[in-house]
Design a protein around this ligand. Structure first.
Ligand SMILES: *Cc1c(COP(=O)(O)O)cnc(C)c1O
Length: 432
C-alpha cells in the first residue's frame, strides 16, 4: 500500500511512519485518507494549521486572487498583497499591543527566520555566541541546529556546531533550582568561562522539547538580564505564536518586549510557507540583500496571512479560543486525577498547546498508535518522545474536541493496561 513511498522516497521521512495512511482531503480539524477514513487532527501540521485545514474564508480569498492573476512569486518586490498584509499586521496586531517592529520577510521556513535572527543579533552586538536553552528546538539548518538541544537532530550536522552557549531552561532541574540565578551567576562571574551572549533565543513554551512552559517571572527576569548584559532577546514564536497559547504572541502574558521575534508555521494561516522576523526598529541595520532569498515573496501566503488577521479583529474568536483551551485543560487535569493511583501522569501547557507526560516513551508511542487506529492524529514530543502533544486547530468544534479526547483516554487506558500486563514489547522497551 505504501510501496511508492517506501521504494522511492528517502528514508528521512518521519511523520508518515507514525501515521501510515495516504491522505487525500482535509477540512477544519478533519482529515480523510484515500479509503475515506476520517481522522481528527490533534497535530495541526505541527502548529502550521491553527485556523484548520482549508479554512473557507482564506480559501475563497486565495482562489479569487489566483483567478484574477494576482502576483504569485515576487522576490522582495513591492506588491499590493504584501502592502495589505504589512498594513493590517501593523494595525491589527502590533499597534493594539503597543509594539513597534520592522517586518523582515525571510525565506519561507522557520529555520530561515531563525538564521536571520541569529545573524542580526551577532551583527548588532559584534559578539559571536548565542545563548540557547536545554530542550530548545529552532530548526535544522546549521545555525538553527546549533541552537537546538536534541542530540539526535544535532548529530545529522556532520560538522561541529559551535558558537552556542547552552543554559538550563526554567524548571530544568525541577522546581527547587532557580535556573535564572544560575545563568546570571555564570555570565556575570568574570572567571566562569562564560561571556555575555549576542542574544538569548528562547521559546516561551518549548514545543518539540516536551511542552515545557517558562513562567512569567522567569521570562521577565530573562528579559531584564538580557538588557543588563547588552544581549538581544529573541523569542522563537514559530510554534507557540499565532494564537497557539491563547494570545497572538506567546510572550504577551509575561508583558515582555523582545528585540526580535521569529514567526512562521501558522503565519500564513493556510499552511502556505511564509516566515517573518520582527525587528525592533533601531536594530534594523541590515545592508540591502545581506540575508537574501528567492522565496521571500510568497504572495499567495501574504493573501491568506492577511485574511487570517480578520480572526484577531473578532472578540468571539478569542472567547472561543479561551473556552476550548479551558475545556482541554480541564479534561487533562481530570485525566491526571483519574490515573493518579495507577501511574503518575503530568500535564503542562498553555492555551491549545498541551502535553501529557507518559510514564515511558513506549507507552506514549503506543498511545499515539492506538489513537491513530481509532482515528485521532496525536504526535509525541519531548527528549525521548515520552510526551503526548495535544495541539488541535484553534478553531476545532467542541464535538470534535470531545470525540478526540475520548479516544485519547481510551488509548491511554489500553496502553497502560498493556504495559502493566506486559503483553506487548516494543523496540523502545528493549532499548531502555
Ligand atoms: C518548527 C519550528 C522551527 C523550524 O521551522 P521549520 O519551518 O521546520 O524550519 C523553529 N522553531 C520552532 C520553535 C519550531 O517549532
Amino acid at each position: 500500500m505504501f510501496e511508492t513511498f517506501e521504494n522511492l522516497e528517502s528514508c528521512v521521512r518521519t511523520y508518515c511512519r507514525d501515521f501510515p495512511a495516504v491522505f487525500k482531503r482535509a477540512k477544519g480539524a478533519l482529515l480523510w485518507d484515500e479509503r475515506g477514513r476520517k481522522y481528527i487532527d490533534f497535530f495541526a501540521g505541527a502548529g502550521a494549521l491553527n485556523y484548520g485545514h482549508n479554512n473557507d474564508a482564506l480559501k475563497e480569498g486565495l482562489l479569487k486572487y489566483i483567478h484574477e492573476d494576482g502576483i504569485a512569486h515576487g522576490l522582495d518586490l513591492h506588491t499590493e498583497a504584501k502592502q495589505q498584509f504589512i498594513e493590517e499586521f501593523n494595525s491589527i496586531i502590533l499597534i493594539p499591543r503597543k509594539l513597534k517592529f520592522r517586518l523582515m520577510f525571510t525565506g519561507p521556513t522557520g529555520s530561515n527566520v531563525v538564521e536571520a535572527a541569529l545573524k542580526l543579533a551577532r551583527k548588532v552586538t559584534g559578539r559571536t555566541n548565542v545563548a540557547a536553552f536545554t530542550n530548545g528546538y529552532h530548526g535544522m539548518s546549521l545555525g538553527a541546529l546549533a541552537a537546538t538541544g536534541a542530540n539526535s537532530k544535532r548529530r545529522g550536522a556532520g560538522i561541529p556546531l559551535s558558537n552556542i552557549d547552552r543554559y538550563p531552561f526554567d524548571n530544568y532541574f525541577g522546581p527547587d533550582t532557580d535556573t535564572l540565578s544560575y545563568i546570571e551567576r555564570l555570565i556575570t562571574d568574570a572567571s566562569s568561562g562564560f561571556d555575555a551572549p549576542a542574544a538569548f533565543i528562547v521559546e516561551t513554551v518549548q514545543g518539540e522539547g516536551g511542552i515545557n512552559v517558562a513562567s512569567r517571572e522567569w521570562l521577565q527576569r530573562l528579559a531584564r538580564l538580557a538588557r543588563k548584559l547588552g544581549s538581544l532577546l529573541i523569542v522563537d514564536d514559530i510554534q507557540a505564536g499565532c494564537g497557539r497559547t491563547g494570545r497572538f504572541f506567546s510572550f504577551e502574558d509575561a508583558g515582555i518586549q523582545p528585540d526580535l521575534v521569529c514567526l512562521s508555521k501558522s503565519l500564513s494561516g493556510f499552511g502556505l510557507p511564509m516566515s517573518m522576523l520582527l525587528i525592533r526598529p533601531e536594530l534594523d541595520i541590515w545592508e540591502p540583500g545581506e540575508h537574501n532569498g528567492t522565496f521571500r515573496g510568497n504572495n499567495l501566503a501574504f493573501v491568506t496571512a492577511r485574511l487570517a488577521l480578520d480572526y484577531w479583529k473578532a472578540p468571539s474568536f478569542l472567547q472561543n479560543l479561551k473556552q476550548t483551551s479551558d475545556r482541554l485543560n480541564a479534561d487533562l487535569q481530570d485525566a491526571v486525577e483519574h490515573y493518579r493511583d495507577i501511574v503518575p501522569i503530568k500535564t503542562r501547557g498553555r492555551g491549545l498547546l498541551h502535553g501529557l507526560v507518559m510514564p515511558s516513551t513506549a507507552v506514549a508511542s503506543r498511545v499515539s498508535t492506538l489513537a491513530f487506529s481509532k482515528g485521532v492524529i496525536l504526535e509525541t514530543c519531548g527528549p525521548t518522545g515520552e510526551v503526548l502533544k495535544l495541539m488541535p486547530p484553534l478553531t476545532i468544534s467542541s464535538d470534535h474536541l470531545n470525540e478526540a479526547l475520548e479516544v485519547i483516554r481510551e488509548s491511554i487506558d489500553r496502553a497502560l493496561y498493556d504495559a502493566a500486563n506486559s503483553d506487548f514489547v516494543s523496540n523502545s522497551d528493549l532499548n531502555q
